[in-house]
Ligand binder design. Structure first.
Ligand SMILES: Nc1ncnc2c1ncn2[C@@H]1O[C@H](COP(=O)(O)OP(=O)(O)OP(=O)(O)O)[C@@H](O)[C@H]1O
Ligand SMILES: [Mg+2]
Length: 542
């Protein structure tokens, strides 16, 4: 159970959330969807609820176990194997290690030393069994399998895994802890965008798992279907008002209720506007008389305050009108890839993939999790080399715009502004400022270190730097992950009108629809085919 007391959340000088009293509480049986625009403060608030950071004001009371999945999981001991990481949830990895140690002593030594090791081993083994250690192995493997982690990955060290695989291991670890062997669980789960990097099968499995979870759950997600299936409550975070609205109902009812609330607020705003302008007129009249000057001044100040508040709401409601760049001119086939190959040791992910990207062509890369779609894009982008003879033949005028799944193209230590300038050193400063404005970066936001941006803001920044570059081949790896529904629509609208070539990796059917692809590449074989709608099913599976 988690309860907040007079919680106040701030970043820098900005208040994201004021929650008087015990406004936010999670009890067993609660399955709460935490929603709001990108940058509203969902992740920040969840970190505070999880006890990762202290709030600016107030406090949080927690009882029982908590399983927290961060939006971005890159910390922790990265030399562990994936299996140990998952098992560590119940301390089983420690016991297993001690068992192995005693086992080695048993093999090597004799007499009393050996007897002692046998004794220790059997005690450890007893504890291991009591904690469900033997079933745990297969239970953990089952969860991993359901999350699309292949068996071979479990024996790899975390630092050899891709970001997406790491994240699935973290999720497996938390869910494994929450199953607790007995099936029932009192663990409070705090999950920050758990479906990023998951395929449709895994999302389906997760949906069932979470809707049965009894221990209390807060989930941040932009996935409407998932929210609909899992949640029985919704918290809507609005950083402009600095409030969290609590809706004690499922997601579809919440949507209706919020639409009503917003209509009411719009009406109130219109009224306030009327009032403010009436005040201003009055003040102008009064101001003419010297004796009433003080009253007039007060009235004006009140009107100003009202107007300011309204402006803030208007700015926040603003939606960016994004358009991708007019591509720089290029030859008929700006990019030609030959014999691309990816090996892990002796294990072949894909081999001998050929691919020609013609000017303005639209290609979707399909394939199951781990088929090498992200790696293929990295090779096309030139950030990873092929493991063999082949390579990329650059055509006349090629200008690549690469959008990476894990935002590796952003320098976290540099500010938003510096990142943009670096991506496009010869651009006109004024043009860049208005471009960033369209992506809703202005004022203080420009000076913020990019590493502190929210997930969706990072996605927006990566896209903004792409837009400024006049690329004629866009390589897009899951460009809609992390985006709130409104921002996602904007990006997809922009994609529709872009005239350059696009190679897209996504599991978002809406993104494929927006692209209207001509061709598909099916990994790991690299087979090419003309697009037909029957491929849409594979998009969702991929
Ligand atoms: N050090 C900082 N200085 C200024 N602003 C910051 C700092 N750290 C975070 N922020 C801002 O706080 C806001 C809240 O971030 P948070 O990650 O909580 O958002 P979010 O709701 O999870 O968004 P998303 O949906 O994109 O994940 C963002 O606008 C972010 O840029
Ligand atoms: Mg977030």
């Amino acid at each position: 159970m988690i309860v907040t007391n007079d919680l106040e959340v701030r970043v820098g000088a900005r208040t994201l959330l004021n929650a008087p009293g015990q406004h936010l509480r999670v009890q067993p049986g609660d399955r709460i969807g935490l929603v709001g625009r990108n940058g509203a403060g969902k992740t920040t608030t969840m970190r505070i609820l999880a006890g990762e950071t202290e709030p600016y004001g107030g406090s949080v009371t927690r009882s029982g176990d908590i399983g927290y999945l961060p939006q971005d999981s890159r910390e922790g001991n990265i030399e562990q194997t994936a299996r140990d990481r998952v098992l560590s949830a119940r301390g089983l990895d420690e016991i297993k290690r001690s068992m192995a140690k005693q086992h080695a002593i048993m093999e090597e030594s004799e007499g009393a030393k050996r007897d002692k090791a046998i004794d220790r081993y059997s005690k450890l083994e007893e504890r291991f069994a009591a904690l469900g250690g033997y079933e745990a192995d297969s239970e953990a493997a089952q969860i991993c399998d359901n999350l699309g982690l292949e068996a071979r990955i479990l024996d790899q060290q975390l630092n050899t895994l891709s970001g997406g695989q790491r994240r699935r291991v973290e999720l497996a670890q938390i869910l494994f802890a929450a199953t607790n062997g007995s099936g029932k669980s009192a663990t409070t789960l705090l999950l920050d965008e758990p479906t990023n990097h998951l395929d449709a099968d895994s999302i389906g499995w997760l949906r069932t798992f979470l809707s049965k979870h009894e221990g209390g759950l807060i989930m941040i997600s932009h996935d409407v279907e998932l929210l609909d299936a899992v949640c029985n409550k919704v918290w809507f975070l609005d950083a402009v008002r600095g409030e969290a609205d609590v809706y004690n109902m499922g997601f579809s009812k919440y949507k209706d209720a919020r639409a009503l609330d917003e209509a009411r607020r719009r009406r109130e705003r219109a009224n306030a506007e009327k009032k403010a302008s009436a005040l201003q007129k009055q003040a102008a009249k009064l101001g003419a008389k010297a004796t009433k000057a003080a009253a007039a001044k007060q009235m004006l100040a009140r009107a100003d305050r009202m107007m300011n508040q309204l402006d803030e709401v208007r700015v926040a409601d603003k939606v960016a009108n994004i358009s991708f760049p007019e591509p720089a001119p290029c030859g008929k086939t700006p990019m030609n890839a030959k014999g691309l190959t990816k090996m892990y040791g002796s294990l072949e992910v894909f081999a001998g993939v050929d691919l020609a990207i013609d000017r303005g062509s639209r290609v979707v890369v399909l394939g199951y999790n781990g088929a090498g779609k992200t790696t293929l894009l990295k090779m096309l982008a030139g950030v990873e080399r092929t493991d063999g003879e082949g390579g990329i033949v650059t055509g006349h005028g090629l200008k690549i715009g690469y959008f990476a799944q894990e935002h590796d193209t952003i320098d976290g230590s540099q500010s938003v502004w510096e990142n943009t300038i670096n991506a496009c050193p010869d651009a006109n400063e004024q043009d860049l400022r208005s471009l960033l404005g369209a992506f809703m970066f202005s004022g203080d936001k420009l000076e913020q270190p990019a590493g502190t941006l929210s997930g969706g803001e990072k996605t927006r920044l990566s896209l903004a730097t792409l837009v400024s570059s006049r690329a004629n081949v866009l390589l897009l790896d899951e460009p809609t992950n992390n985006l709130d529904p409104i921002s996602r629509e904007q990006v997809l609208d922009a994609l529709k009108t872009y005239t350059g070539a696009v190679v897209l990796v996504t599991h978002d059917p809406g993104a494929v629809k927006a692209l209207e692809p001509e061709r598909v590449i099916i990994m790991p074989d690299g087979d090419e085919d003309l697009w037909s709608d029957s491929y849409m099913e594979i998009v969702e599976l991929a």
